[in-house]
Design a protein around this ligand. Structure first.
Ligand code: FAD
Length: 461
């Protein structure tokens, strides 16, 4: 079986390796670096920057732990050098995995010619034609930049340019209080930039739990990040010295730079979708069935290109399932329990339904919660902000969970498993959690669903 994959982001590269492991002859076409958005301008570089910001914050607070460090400062250029080195090491890692699994990498831009043929404009000139039995499209997404904002990559930037700034701007307006806006807004604030964050919805992280959003807002205010929720921008002008923004309420803001973080749209440029009759939805996202096959038999699609959450772990899971299906398996269910993570400080992580969503669906639910401040481990590491909240249905099955607090993104794995497997709060709460660890907050929140949390402070005492 011959398979051609266009795009080597997490969707494409994991599909390639899985298909090769299952015995296919695989060629991947990639016009930039392998690893895609996630590795080069997304998940990995942002988290590398945030890791430096964490070290800075910890170092500035070291005295609280009896540790003295007189000369703490940050240099964005050196932070970026570390990040770039880390990224290029991981890029090489994927190239090595391709080589060792016998995956053929063709560097260039792929275009669909028919359901069996891809033509490649090679990066170093010339054309190559690839004929295969099945094709996987994994070309990802690009930032949304409406004309109103006059994106120029200098004064008005996206996350891609933000990741390459070697000097923090004096001031920056961040448009969008979703994941990318919150993560990069807090990062630049910690680098010394005066941040004004404008979000159209009434809360930060509009799709997350209200309590979580409120706690994050409190932290941002503590850090002097100016947050304007329920605000939209009606006009933008770019000058030599910066950006001037007028809000719909008439107020204006002038800053040195503007970061656009209002979402991403799927990227299918040059794929000839229309010519081949591949169906797309109103947002230009490819329509696929449960097996991740498009409307044209033999052509599959995964990741940010299709109508599923734009997340690297979703793309990877879809890539693996698509590879299996291209090789004759009958897999579905890529989207049973999707973890959602925000790497701010404190971190935010959630899976399944929020309370608001449970209400909208008319589900009769109960919650259990536990604050980190009541936990020994949180006190030990000096990170007492935040809580775990668990939502169960009438059968006690865990249908959602939200965490805001230390290591929330790692802690979420246990609750993702619970939602995926349909575990009850009682069953998961019966599991012994090691002491002293942050995971005990999950155990206490599970016990709290049945009002049996030993360590939860009563409301009145
Ligand atoms: P991509 O990673 O976008 O890869 C697509 C690849 O296809 C690219 O390499 C592109 O060059 C290539 N390509 C496109 N067209 C062609 C063509 N015609 N021919 C050849 N090659 C082509 N997700 C998380 O889960 N966790 C995070 O912490 C996280 N943080 C993020 C932070 C930022 C700043 C951003 C922007 C995104 C973040 N994401 C995160 C989202 C994540 O990066 C994407 O969901 C993921 O990369 C999508 O994978 P993909 O394989 O679908 O596409």
């Amino acid at each position: 079986m011959k398979i051609t994959i266009i795009g080597a982001g997490p969707g494409g590269y994991e599909a390639a390796i899985m298909a090769a492991k299952l015995g296919a002859e695989v060629t991947v076409v990639e016009k930039n670096k392998v690893g895609g958005t996630c590795l080069n301008v997304g998940c990995i570089p942002t988290k590398a920057l945030l890791a430096s910001a964490d070290i800075l914050t910890t170092s500035l607070e070291a005295e609280k732990f009896g540790v003295f460090n007189e000369h703490t400062s940050a240099d964005l250029k050196q932070i970026n050098e570390r990040k770039d080195k880390l990224v290029s090491g991981l890029v090489k890692g994927i190239e090595f995995l391709f080589e060792s699994n016998g995956v053929n990498l063709v560097r260039g831009t792929g275009h669909l010619i028919n359901p069996k043929t891809v033509s490649v404009e090679l990066s170093d000139g010339g054309l190559e034609t690839l004929v295969s039995d099945k094709i996987l499209l994994a070309t990802g997404s690009v930032p949304i930049c409406p004309e109103l904002f006059h994106y120029d990559g200098v004064r008005v930037i996206t996350s891609t340019e933000a990741l390459a700034l070697n000097k923090p701007p004096k001031s920056m307006i961040v448009v969008g209080g979703g994941v990318i806006g919150c993560e990069l807004g807090q990062f630049f604030s910690r680098m010394g930039t005066q941040i004004t964050l404008v979000e159209m919805a009434p809360q930060l992280l509009p799709f997350e739990d209200d309590d979580v959003a409120k706690q994050l807002l409190r932290q941002f205010k503590r850090e002097k990040i100016k947050v304007m929720t329920g605000s939209s921008i009606s006009d933008v002008s770019v000058t030599d010295s910066g950006v001037e923004v007028t809000l719909e309420n008439g107020k204006s803001i002038a800053t040195e730079m503007m970061l656009l973080a209002i979402g991403r749209s799927s990227y299918a440029s040059g794929l000839n979708l229309e010519k081949l009759g591949i169906k797309v939805d109103t947002k230009g996202q490819l329509v696929v069935d449960d097996h991740l096959e498009t409307s044209v038999p033999g052509i599959y699609a995964v990741g940010d290109l299709i109508n599923t959450p734009y997340l690297a772990h979703v793309a990877s899971k879809e890539g693996i399932i698509a590879a299996e299906n291209m090789l004759g398996h009958n897999k579905s269910g890529a989207h049973k329990a999707i973890p959602r993570c925000v790497y701010t400080d404190p971190q935010v992580a959630a899976v399944g339904l929020t309370e608001k969503e449970a209400e909208q669906k008319g589900i009769i639910y109960k919650t259990g919660s536990f604050d980190f401040r009541s936990l020994g481990k949180a006190q030990i590491i000096g990170k007492i902000q935040g809580q775990v909240k668990i939502i169960v249905n009438q059968e006690d099955i865990i249908i959602g969970a939200s965490i805001i607090g230390p290591e929330a993104t790692d802690l979420l794995a246990e609750l993702t498993m619970a939602v995926h497997l349909g575990l009850t709060a009682e069953a998961l709460g019966d599991v012994i959690h090691p002491h002293p660890t942050l995971s005990e907050a999950i155990m206490e929140a599970l016990h709290d669903v049945h009002e049996k949390s030993i360590n939860k402070a009563p409301l009145r005492f």
